[in-house]
Ligand binder design. Structure first.
Ligand code: FE2
Ligand code: FE2
Length: 175
């Protein structure tokens, strides 16, 4: 029910957890933290002019996105089947696949190539859209929070798996 004016009263059971620090369960807060980090890097990318800096930042973005999508695909999404609508989860996998294809295309290019910046920009917009599907009211995270999974315990597993994946997916250090 919509109230005409929002009176700043009690925090109702619908907990808003923007960046006010009110607590999300660990799995959700870790995934959101990844989202904020990579969004910041896409913004930073737009300020860059140097090809070497662009490449380094894109590689950082790519590693973060590959790790994050694997975490969601290996742990979060499958464990949320049943709590989150199937359609939303199915679409999320498809969006991950779209992002991975775009990442692979960019990885095959050089920052000086035509359309390099445009592809990075479009990837950023694509990710923003996907993140919204996860974070918006009624979206994947909201449904997960209402479900039965222990999202704090899941968060602990996400943490461990994240460091394994970061190591596994990091490109070998240049000589
Ligand atoms: Fe996702
Ligand atoms: Fe995500």
């Amino acid at each position: 029910m919509a109230t005409a004016k929002s009176v700043p009263t009690k925090a109702s059971k619908a907990r808003r957890t923007r960046r006010t620090g009110r607590r999300d369960p660990l799995a959700i807060s870790l995934l959101k933290k990844d989202h904020r980090e990579v969004e910041g890097w896409f913004d930073e990318y737009e300020q860059l002019e140097d090809a070497g800096e662009k490449l380094a930042l894109f590689n950082q973005i790519a590693l973060a996105l590959k790790t994050h999508t694997r975490l969601e695909e290996e742990i979060f999404y499958p464990e949320e089947r049943g709590d989150v609508e199937d359609d939303l989860l199915d679409e999320a996998y498809v969006e991950h696949d779209g992002a991975k294809k775009l990442i692979a295309e960019i990885e095959a290019m050089k920052p000086s190539d035509d359309f390099y910046d445009a592809k990075v920009k479009v990837l950023g917009e694509y990710i923003k859209h996907h993140v919204k599907e996860e974070e918006q009211p009624g979206g994947i995270f909201a449904q997960a929070k209402k479900g039965d999974e222990d999202l704090d315990a899941m968060g602990e597993r996400i943490k461990v798996r994240k460091s394994e994946l970061m190591a596994e997916l990091s490109p070998p250090k240049a000589n």
